[in-house]
Design a protein around this ligand. Structure first.
Ligand SMILES: CCCCCCCCCCCCCCCCCC(=O)SCCNC(=O)CCNC(=O)[C@H](O)C(C)(C)COP(=O)(O)OP(=O)(O)OC[C@H]1O[C@@H](n2cnc3c(N)ncnc32)[C@H](O)[C@@H]1OP(=O)(O)O
Ligand SMILES: Cc1cc2nc3c(=O)[nH]c(=O)nc-3n(C[C@H](O)[C@H](O)[C@H](O)COP(=O)(O)OP(=O)(O)OC[C@H]3O[C@@H](n4cnc5c(N)ncnc54)[C@H](O)[C@@H]3O)c2cc1C
Length: 663
């Protein structure tokens, strides 16, 4: 093993708690840690899954080809694990999520959508016969699917999609058409050249009537030759800010026929004669989107942990400037401004992990209820998934960017792996529901609840709104005070937005116009509501830990307090405006923040070490466990194709004649 950097050695000695204990706690137990490590070994130590050349130096086409090569090996290996009964769904979660997956395929996986949306849609929207027909083929990868919903003209407003599926009772088929350029499907991952099937979301017409959007299983390419089917126009959409190997595609239809039974009919049906049978809720068709929003919150925690590990280790190794005259240059982690860039994101990754796991449980409960026809908890789940996805991805992207800046110039190198992590994180802000739009969905729910609080005590995520407006507690240095103040802020913002909508309606405006004019406040209200949830869950989780050592409990309490204080300080204006917080209290919060940064400082490296992220997963010259930053940066530079020859041919072609002309 390479020699460990001296600074990191010292940092590790300072740590006040047992890092293995925290690793096990985060994984859900020692067994889970061992299982994860063995899975990591299984994938990361396979030479077939390594790239000879860093992906940044490949052409667009080569990137895609390499991604397909690796994806096939990756999923074959997952199948091997499944067949051996090892790991279960965790294998898929880790490969598709923010850690293992992004280590092996830095720029995204072109087959992700098959597992994350194609199969879940068939499972959630297909009836018994359809599941029997398609699930086995999909699980064994006899077919590869994607999820084609978004069009060139519409991503958010899915009721406005233009692709049509018109039922023809004579042949018992649907005829698919893309009547306009804007009706072309645009964006689906893997659609360009990877998938041969897709769930296509289209407007269903039968007996001369449109019944709105529905999901259909559609074959796109010949299963043998992979040529596009007749009537299908398909291709890739081109280069993007990041995720350049996910093969996002476009798709158009020209009188393309599919059997009636390819309409997913668990919820809505079309009978052979063309009769339309409606489901109890039109929103059941949106189920896959909820599922993905829920799993994305876990990804936020993963990306944040990765970025914060890189930046924190680098900050311990990097020395810069003079803090005091004639003293050695300090580690940059000793600058308090640097601590302020790092430690809140360490704390945030815990907050997101804990909320993601609550959301996952709520999701499973509610989907279980949906199976038995109970729909009453769906709106609360939808509202919570929307705001957690929006706040989580926004904080994650902003956090990764802050952490990149915290690494100075070297953070700008792709070898730091922070730029591509940012590419992955910022994409999450847009896909699976653009963040502002999702916050407005949560606001819609909150306003409804505010207007009718009758059953509010039965709704765990919003019941605090019943009396939060009157919390008015005087400042105390406690998480419980911050939580109560944030709840008051959220309630006050919802109340005010509601009042402004009503005022505008009273002035004669249509409700929709009043809503739009109030929408900045509505978004802020949903954001505040979400932040109270995140803090509440973090607080509950830490307080519920019974069997952990006092040393670890102390560290987790520091992180919880830092998360709370950091959130409160970011919302200073709101606290002053909506609670009885005064200037002196803000000063006290600031001092508390500085005290917490100092308390966390000796444990910072220990905490990020506890995330137990292998070097291959970090993929960063700045963040490796040994801290040999400069050696690794130098070694990475040697991989540049330009460094493979002392003189590049452009010298003879352009530079030399140019230099001569200037003589
Ligand atoms: C196998 C293991 C796998 C593990 C994986 C782990 C790793 C994960 C890795 C992740 C990688 C992911 C890659 C994914 C790539 C991105 C894919 C996409 O973007 S795909 C494309 C994603 N595209 C998008 O996300 C599009 C975003 N747009 C939309 O979702 C919708 O059009 C809308 C919600 C904005 C409006 O819809 P509209 O119809 O106009 O609705 P209105 O506003 O008029 O409200 C009417 C009523 O409906 C209600 N309601 C609404 N939604 C839901 C719901 N879901 N439910 C329930 N209810 C819902 C609403 O509350 C309201 O109720 P009420 O007040 O009347 O009672
Ligand atoms: C990397 C990536 C992968 C993707 N993968 C897939 C995929 O696999 N399958 C698929 O079907 N789609 C996919 N998408 C598409 C994605 O789901 C959409 O881009 C997303 O839903 C946003 O829709 P839009 O692009 O139409 O944005 P728009 O809705 O046009 O948003 C543009 C702006 O308008 C604002 N806006 C829109 N509506 C409202 C409103 N009602 N109120 C206030 N403001 C509004 C938004 O806030 C935003 O600021 C992917 C996108 C990306 C970036």
């Amino acid at each position: 093993m390479a020699k460990i950097n001296e600074d990191l050695l010292k940092e590790r000695k300072k740590c006040s708690f047992n890092t293995a204990e925290l690793t096990h706690l985060l994984d859900g137990g020692k067994d889970k840690t061992l299982e994860r490590r063995s899975r990591e070994h299984f994938f990361l130590d396979d030479p077939e899954l390594r790239s000879k050349i860093p992906s940044e130096y490949l052409s667009h086409k080569e990137k895609y080809e390499e991604a397909i090569r690796k994806s096939c090996i990756l999923f074959r290996k997952v199948q091997e694990l499944q067949e051996a009964g090892k790991g279960g769904m965790d294998n898929y979660r880790e490969i598709l999520g923010g850690q293992l997956g992004s280590a092996i395929l830095k720029d995204g996986n072109p087959i992700t959508l098959h597992y994350v949306m194609f199969i879940p849609t068939i499972m959630g929207q297909g009836n018994f016969e359809q599941q029997a027909e398609w699930i086995q083929k999909a699980w064994t990868c006899s077919i590869i699917g994607t999820y084609a919903q978004t069009e060139l003209g519409h991503g958010t407003f899915i009721r406005g999609l233009e692709t049509t599926a018109t039922y023809d009772p004579k042949t018992e088929e649907f005829v698919l058409n893309s009547p306009t350029l804007t009706s072309y499907k645009w964006w689906p991952g893997g659609l360009g050249h990877s998938a041969n099937f897709a769930i296509v979301v289209a407007q269903l017409y039968t007996q001369g009537k449109c019944h709105g959007i529905h999901p259909f299983i559609v074959q796109l390419r010949d299963e043998e030759t992979h040529m596009p089917m007749k009537g299908i126009k398909i291709g890739e959409i081109g280069c993007k800010l990041g995720m350049n190997s996910t093969n996002n595609g476009y798709l158009g239809f020209e009188n393309y026929r599919i059997p009636r039974t390819n309409l997913l009919m668990k919820n809505n049906k079309v009978l052979p004669d063309g009769t339309y049978v409606k489901s109890p809720s039109s929103k059941l068709t949106y189920g896959t989107m909820i599922f993905v929003r829920v799993v994305l919150v876990q990804d936020c925690a993963s990306y944040m942990k990765k970025a914060v590990t890189i930046a924190t280790r680098y900050s311990a190794v990097r020395h810069q400037s003079e803090m005091k005259p004639n003293c050695p240059e300090p580690q940059i982690i000793d600058y308090v401004t640097q601590q302020y860039k790092l430690f809140p994101y360490i704390a945030m990754s815990f907050a997101f992990q804990y909320s993601a796991s609550w959301l996952w449980d709520i999701y499973n409960n509610v989907t279980g209820e949906l199976e038995s026809g109970q729909l009453e908890n769906l709106p609360e789940l939808h509202a919570l998934a929307c705001c957690l996805k929006a706040v989580g991805t926004a904080d994650c992207a902003a956090g990764v960017e802050t952490l990149r800046l915290a690494c100075g110039g070297h953070g700008y190198m792709t070898a730091s792996n922070l730029p591509s992590t940012y590419g992955l994180a910022t994409a999450m802000c847009t896909y699976e529901g653009e963040n502002t739009v999702l916050l407005l969905q949560t606001a819609r729910y909150l306003i409804k609840i505010w207007q009718n609080k009758k059953n509010i005590q039965k709704l765990p995520t919003v019941r605090y709104l019943d009396n939060a407006l009157f919390n008015n507690r005087s400042y105390e240095k406690s998480v419980s005070w911050i939580l109560s103040a944030l709840q008051q802020v959220a309630a006050a913002k919802i109340d005010l937005a509601n009042k402004h909508i009503n005022d505008r309606v009273r002035q004669g405006k249509a409700y929709e116009d009043a809503w739009n004019e109030t929408s900045i406040e509505l978004v802020a209200a949903a954001d505040a509501h979400c932040r109270t949830f995140l803090l509440d869950i973090f607080n509950l989780t830490v307080n519920n830990f019974q069997l952990i050592s006092p040393e670890l409990k102390a560290v987790l309490t520091d992180l919880l307090e830092l998360y709370a204080v950091h959130t409160a300080i970011r919302m200073t204006g709101d606290l002053l405006r909506f609670t009885n917080t005064i200037g002196k209290d803000v000063e006290a919060l600031q001092l508390w923040l500085e005290e917490l940064l100092a308390k966390i400082r000796p444990n910072a490296i220990g905490i990020v070490d506890s995330f137990d992220i292998r070097d291959e997963v970090l993929g960063s010259a700045l963040g490796a466990y040994d801290g040999n930053v400069y050696e690794r940066l130098f070694a990475e530079a040697q991989k540049s194709p330009l460094n493979q020859e002392p003189v590049n041919k452009s010298f003879g072609l352009y530079l030399k004649p140019f230099l001569k002309n200037n003589l």
